[in-house]
Design a protein around this ligand. Structure first.
Ligand SMILES: *Cc1c(COP(=O)(O)O)cnc(C)c1O
Length: 394
């Protein structure tokens, strides 16, 4: 099997699995208990917090553990909205191609009377800082923009956006789930007030993530209960999962410089190979993208059939995001960068990683070429296009 769907989830690293299982067997105490067995678990928890904080340039007390990226996004946005509400500020700025954990939370706030402005991400999948500046109003309480897009991999000019927010006195939240562990992220240098991350996107376990919140910003809790996480997130902490996430993040951080070079070279090879397919187009800016992300549209075919046939060839890939597959709507991300419906349906995301080899890339290119040609062979749309009854878009 060739796994090229690392944007959906990643395999846990050996070190993360080892950390997790040994804690489950040995330090399984409740960190809130006062006897030594509980306090050992508490130490493990606080070490994980310190390790994670160090990687992203934060202080340990600025890290709150959550059940993953979705929860962190929800909590950050709802907290900022609650703070805004108190000051009579009910306007939020975001982009049209955020993850649904952000977009659906914003929709909920709209129903409660908040105004939301979604910035254009243009053809290249990038926010223009001047457009953010122009969109900020006196009543803007939050700007939330993702670090890197989960479908097309484009990396936003976060530092500049953060600078603008800081200058204008607006809270800046960043969904960095696709960036943390893959490209350098530093909350101080990047002027970030709140940041969401998720363990399973960087070779840690599923169901665990964290939210960074700059000290002085009041977080409201989504879950009522005990006083865990300084009262901001009730529920007994998932100590083995949290420690395994910290282990995976430290590992990813150590190997990052080297991995970025190696993986982006493979990515570029993959892009060059797939560009040879006629009537195809890369989605998102070619240079300003995640090291492992390749996303293409192929005219005249359906992404779903493409995926099934690639699966037969042992390749795991995705079309749109895992969250939207199963629905007939084309990806909101591809629509946001201006792809027409027809073309957006024929999309393919390959997200490669540390384990991808040169041979894998060659095999993927060959397989995609074969499958696209095969599918076009009996596609009525393709027949109309080649017969001149319909104009090619790509
Ligand atoms: C995966 C993902 C999420 C959701 O994270 P979970 O831990 O699966 O809840 C949020 N945002 C982005 C950009 C993602 O890629």
């Amino acid at each position: 099997m060739i796994y090229a769907d690392n944007a959906a989830t990643t395999k846990m690293s050996r070190a993360a699995v080892r950390t997790m299982t040994s804690l489950m067997e040995e330090e399984w105490g409740n960190p809130s208990s006062l006897y030594a067995h509980g306090q050992k678990a508490k130490e493990v928890l606080e070490q994980a917090r310190a390790d994670i904080a160090a990687v992203i340039g934060a202080e340990p007390r600025e890290i709150t553990f959550t059940s993953g990226g979705s929860e962190a996004d929800n909590q950050a946005i709802l907290s900022a909205a609650a703070l805004g509400q108190k000051m009579g500020k009910r306007h939020i700025i975001s982009t049209a191609f955020e993850h649904h954990a952000v977009l659906h939370t914003l929709e909920k706030l709209q129903k409660e009377g908040f105004a939301v402005t979604l910035l254009d991400v243009h053809r290249d999948g990038l926010v223009v800082p001047e457009e953010l500046e122009a969109a900020i109003r006196d009543d803007t309480c939050l700007v939330t923009v993702m670090y890197a897009n989960n479908e097309i991999g484009t990396i936003q000019p976060i530092r500049k956006l953060g600078e603008i927010c800081r200058r204008r006195g607006v809270l800046f939240h960043v969904d960095a789930v696709q960036a943390v562990g893959h490209i350098p992220v530093n909350v101080k240098a990047d002027n970030i007030d709140m940041l969401s991350a998720s363990g399973h996107k960087f070779h840690g376990p599923k169901g665990v993530g964290f939210l960074y919140v700059k000290k002085g910003i009041r977080l409201s809790s989504l879950i009522e209960g005990g006083a865990q996480e300084r009262g901001k997130r009730a529920g007994t902490e998932n100590v083995p999962g949290i420690a395994a996430m910290a282990e995976a993040l430290k590992e990813a951080d150590c190997g990052m410089a080297e991995n970025m070079i190696r993986i982006s070279a493979l990515r570029d090879k993959l892009i060059r190979g797939l560009k040879e397919i006629p009537h195809s187009a890369l989605n998102g800016d070619e240079a300003r993208r995640l090291p492992g992300n390749v996303n293409f549209c192929f005219e005249g075919i359906e992404g779903e059939s493409l995926l099934l046939l690639l699966d037969d060839k042992g390749i795991c890939a995705s079309s749109g995001s895992a969250c939207t597959s199963g629905s007939l709507d084309p990806s909101h991300v591809l629509l946001a960068i201006g792809r027409m419906h027809d073309v957006a349906h024929g999309s393919l995301r390959l997200s490669i990683g540390e384990e991808t080899t040169e041979e894998d890339v060659a095999y993927i290119i060959q397989s995609v070429k074969e499958v696209v040609e095969y599918l076009r062979g009996f596609s009525p749309i393709w027949r109309d296009l080649t017969a001149g009854k319909k104009a090619f878009i790509l």
